[in-house]
Design a protein around this ligand. Sequence first.
Ligand code: MG
Length: 211
Amino acid sequence: MIKTVFLDIGGVILTNGWDRDQRRATIDEFRLDYDEFQDRHDFVAHDFETGRLTLPDYLTRTVFYRERPFHREDFVTAMFAQSRALPGAIDFLDELAATGLQLASLNNESREINEHRIQTFGLNGRLSLFLSSCYLGVKKPEAEIYELALRITQRRPEECVFVDDRPLNLECAADVGMDGVLFTGVADLRRQLSERGVVFPGAASGPQPAE
Ligand SMILES: [Mg+2]
């Protein structure tokens, strides 16, 4: 009997927050040297995503370590603009929330980008818990983050399902006994959760429209 759904956010509900392609696009937009930026990013990314480095400090290390002909605020705006909702995802979250299941994020993200995304896309009213790397101090696919997720929710692994778009994250969750669904789209996720006994509102009242 599933009680909790752990959800990745980037690649499942929203676009990624600050992935390689998004960094490349933003760096190009501001006409910076990508290799130089990326080298610096690699050194601080883990601290940034596990809450040990703030966004202003991250930017000081990676972009504003020298004078730039643009403002920090404009760079941050461009970073945040990389986050967009994936098609149908927010509506699906509402459907999922209506099942009464506990919904918790299980996502890797730096704090400021995470909070921008939570607020901008109204995730706060839809998920009850944010198990984000920036708060927990550990990242997927480290075993500790899955163990923490179970301890914080006080669930047994068999009471949970974990949805992620990266097979490696699912493999490592499976090591602690957590069932996983590889996210390939909303329709497939609905089907996979239904197969695991999740009853969506309206699902029992008549035929569903073809997708
Ligand atoms: Mg993802």
